[in-house]
Design a protein around this ligand. Structure first.
Ligand SMILES: Nc1nc2c(ncn2[C@@H]2O[C@H](COP(=O)(O)OP(=O)(O)OP(=O)(O)O)[C@@H](O)[C@H]2O)c(=O)[nH]1
Ligand SMILES: [Mg+2]
Length: 230
């Protein structure tokens, strides 16, 4: 899958679902500063799409991006889906009230959006996931939303360090190795793998043809197959 266009659509500043336009939504969740907004920019190859910051707590609302993609190999198929950038959790300087508001906003979106088909749970590849990360993984399993983990900022680790770090992530999030993508927004490492994961989520039937193994929790019968004709 090749991304041909990506644009910012809106910020949701209240609880509840994004009205959407029938296209599937994929949410990005993770601690503040883990690199959610940077991932959107690197995935879409547009550094000005989502605002990023070295200060945690940059994204305070649910920001929605519309992405248009084309199939590989000259396929005429194009499709649209939404990436939703959720505010980061675990932001130490946020007040109790603010944390509760963010939690309400994130949970309201995750449970209220019937077009939400998948989530990316980002964790920092350099650290063992926190209790908050584990809770988020459990929450996603609890609501039955398929997800994969994305271990970010791998450019900051050597290969040896990364191979020591990954088992801590599998264990803490209670996931299998194939449910994780290693990622760097700096170098683009992991981009192809993440794009093919997203394609298999959006196009289960095509994935089946190609012999792709779906993320756990999804069957080939599940999920929307959105074919738009140009
Ligand atoms: N070296 C490196 N730095 C990264 C990477 N991804 C993000 N960063 C840096 O990490 C910081 C936080 O990135 P953001 O993308 O703003 O993080 P976020 O998860 O959106 O944060 P909130 O909006 O606060 O929830 C920024 O300084 C980024 O430049 C990466 O893959 N490698
Ligand atoms: Mg952000």
């Amino acid at each position: 899958m090749r991304i041909t266009k990506a644009e910012f659509i809106t910020s949701l500043n209240k609880y509840g679902a994004f009205p959407g336009r029938g296209q599937p939504e994929i949410a990005l969740a993770g601690r503040s500063n883990v690199g959610k907004s940077s991932l959107i920019n690197a995935l879409c190859r547009n550094s000005r799409l989502a605002h990023t910051s070295s200060e945690p707590g940059k994204t305070r609302m649910i920001n929605i991006y519309r992405v248009r993609a084309a199939g590989e190999g000259g396929s005429a198929r194009t499709e649209e889906f939404f990436l939703t950038d959720l505010p980061g959790y675990g932001f130490a300087r946020a007040s109790g009230d603010e944390r509760r508001r963010w939690q309400g906003m994130i949970e309201g979106y995750l449970t209220g959006s019937d077009k939400l088909v998948y989530a990316l749970l980002l964790v920092d590849s350099r650290h063992e996931p926190t209790d908050d990360d584990r809770q988020m993984a459990e929450y996603l399993r609890g609501i039955g939303l398929p997800f994969c983990a994305v271990a970010t900022k791998t450019d900051k680790l050597s290969k040896a360090q990364l191979s020591r770090s990954l088992p801590l992530i599998y264990r803490k999030l209670v996931i299998q190795p194939w449910q994780l993508v290693t990622w760097s927004s700096e170098t683009g490492a992991g981009r192809d793998k993440l794009l093919s994961t997203l394609e298999s989520v959006l196009h289960p039937a095509k994935a089946q043809d190609d012999g792709i193994i779906l993320p756990e929790g999804l069957t080939f019968e599940d999920g929307p197959v959105t074919e738009t004709e140009d």
